[in-house]
Design a protein around this ligand. Structure first.
Ligand code: CTP
Length: 421
């Protein structure tokens, strides 16, 4: 979660004192904002070295960045004088954090492929420091599936991607793709450098994610638009919080997250079997999957043919799937049960009712009628509802939202164990 810069007691003025930040600047219009970013992070106490890609020069000069960082700026892997002073491997070891801002669409693609064809991409592979990536580009380029695929790969590889802001762009259009303010980027660096709070250390967390596919015949199925992004983000957030995480995933195109046991399933019945095998020995169950409520009653063994002479209609009979989360909530003893509700009308009222009906401890509701959040989007805006409270989490990236959901779950678990001990 990105904490506010002045939320760290005793370090209000210079919370980044002594921290070594390697800033990678690539060739996008937002590069002109990086001198201000360097100045802001130096004001907060950081020691900064800047590396630019070849195209970054078109938008900001090395001289400006050298002046504000107080250090020589490097651009070339083959600069013998610079290598003699501090070689690229030493520079990679020197950094407490690598912040890449702005990251152009081309740089995201090179990073996602694991290329090492210039100094910045080489440093990213050579460093053990956490890597923060702040993409900025034209909104159509940002929303392109190729870019989104690269972002998903980078997140799956353990990088933190800071989602771009929405608003007026240099090209004259409006949409997501603006580099967030220097304050936001500095806060993300600070949050990364503080040791993660191990709020779920020693806890076992089981998460379901993605859609299910219900076979009509060997080549056709009934399914939905769930991308799995929110479930995967929650599994990663639980892992960051120290939990031992098992993820039961329907068919999605996301990479398997590092450090998490992932079980791939297809149908609701497969998902139910995998959940039943693990639910009795978990402390928290988080049902994020968009489970199909119904499946074709008798899937055909062979591909259904379009027969001449049929009336123009084909009737498909559906039968109800088991409710996986209600099944987990009915177990005794049972884990702490968290469910999701994607609603298109009367979101809060429907979610309150759904929480009680399915026996959930906490429900996370989003209003998918808005169109810009939830299913398949990079961002979400949700309300958490439990027996003694409700909390709105304003629109933000699915990783940041997940960290806040995990914090709330950890707080409720802690109060539950206090009241039962
Ligand atoms: N869920 C489940 N098993 C199902 C259907 C849903 O475990 N067969 C879980 C989802 O993972 C989610 C929650 O139940 O956590 C809410 O799902 P939703 O589809 O909104 O609930 P429904 O019972 O289908 O309610 P409705 O269709 O009436 O909105």
């Amino acid at each position: 979660m990105i904490r506010s810069l002045d939320a760290v007691p005793g370090t209000v003025d210079r919370p980044l004192e002594g921290k070594k930040i390697l800033l990678g600047v690539s060739g996008g219009i937002a590069a002109y904002k990086t001198p201000e970013l360097v100045r802001r992070m130096r004001d907060l106490g950081a020691d900064i070295r800047v590396v630019m890609t070849a195209n970054a020069h078109h938008f900001v000069t090395p001289t400006s960045l050298q002046a504000v960082s107080g250090q020589p700026v490097r651009t070339d892997l083959w600069d013998h004088a610079a290598e003699a002073a501090m070689g690229h491997i030493e520079l990679a070891r020197w950094a407490d954090v690598l912040l890449i801002a702005p990251a152009s669409a081309d740089l995201l693609a090179r990073l996602a492929l694991g290329r090492a064809d210039d100094l910045l991409t080489t440093l990213r592979l050579a460093t053990r420091a956490p890597v923060l990536i702040a993409p900025a580009m034209n909104h159509v380029m940002w929303l392109h599936p190729a870019t989104q695929r690269n972002v998903a790969t980078l997140v799956g590889d353990g990088n933190t991607v800071i989602p771009p802001d929405s608003g007026a762009q240099a090209c004259g259009e409006t949409g997501p793709g603006r580099l967030p303010a220097a304050e936001t980027l500095a806060a993300a660096v600070l949050a990364t450098l503080q040791p993660p709070r191990q709020m779920l250390a020693g806890r076992r967390v089981l998460v379901t994610a993605g859609p299910t596919r219900e076979a009509i015949d060997p080549v056709r199925y009934v399914s939905n638009h769930s991308s799995g992004k929110q479930g995967y983000a929650l599994a990663r957030a639980a892992r960051r919080a120290g939990a031992n995480v098992t993820l039961v995933s329907g068919p999605v195109t996301l990479p398997e997250p590092a450090g998490i046991t992932t079980i791939k399933v297809t149908s609701a019945l497969d998902m139910q079997r995998a959940v039943q095998a693990h639910a009795t020995d978990c402390d928290v169950f988080i049902g994020v999957a968009a489970v199909a409520d119904y499946r074709p009653a008798t899937p055909a063994d062979q591909k259904i043919k379009k027969l001449p002479g049929r009336s123009g209609e084909l009737v498909l009979t559906l039968t109800e799937n088991p409710d996986i989360i209600a099944g987990v909530a009915a177990l005794r003893p049972r884990p702490f049960v968290v469910g999701f509700a994607a609603e298109t009308q009367s979101a809060l009222a429907n979610a309150r009712d759904k929480r009680l009906r399915k026996g959930m401890d906490l429900i996370v509701v989003n209003d998918v009628a808005r169109g810009d959040i939830g299913f398949n989007a990079a961002e979400n805006d949700v309300t958490l509802i439990w027996d003694a409270g409700e909390r709105h989490l304003p629109k933000s990236g699915k990783d940041a939202i997940s960290d806040q959901i995990i914090e709330q779950i950890a707080a409720l678990l802690a109060s539950e164990s206090r009241s039962t001990s």
